[in-house]
Design a protein around this ligand. Sequence first.
Ligand SMILES: [Cu+2]
Length: 242
Amino acid sequence: MTTPKQRAVGGATLLVAAGLLGTLGGSASGAVASNAEAGTAVTHADLSPLNNAAAHGTADVTVNGRQINVSLDANRLLKGMPHAQHIHFGAKARHECPSVRDDDNADHRLNTVEGTPAYGPVRVSLTKRGDTSSKSTLAVNRFPKAHHREVHYDRDGIHVSRKVADAIRAGNAVVVIHGIDYNGNGKYDFRGAGKSELDPSLPAEATDPVTCGVLNLVSSNDSGPESGGGDGGTLPLPLPLP
Ligand SMILES: [Cu+2]
């Protein structure tokens, strides 16, 4: 019988071993993918308001290899309207939510593009059905509507690229929900803030970000080379488990 403490010690030793292998076996990285897909990582985001909105919520994303399960709850959104929601990531982004300092044109609102240096481009569209790639960034008809000003969203088995899976595991991905009623008239309209910078046929109110949170790692049962940075090759590890 293995106690939790023993397992924890074993895991720590494993990390050290994997780190060494990562240093020594740098050239053996070709077959890492199968290892990288072995573990499960649980991540969580607290969604905070943007653009002086009241919207907030939580998002939980579990990564299994290149598949993710997403559970998202948000409230105080614009009632009855669809809200685009995505996982954003950019290798050169800051991996955080934007602040007033990102308001490049000083118009006192953050549009989606102004937030990009903070959270990067759309990588996963959290649609209710069908495509979940960045092609569905503005697939208005397939995003949840905020009945009672709330969104409760669950979707399992969303396929993502290895890069995106790794970014989520590393705590570098950001959940963003869009759609904000600046002028408080209960709908998305052009009088609120003009045209969207993403699609001039849409009001900016439909695409500006309303709440945002970074997905942070909660737990992971990854083992082997993946824990050491994913560069350890496929050599069998000497397992120093008790
Ligand atoms: Cu987005």
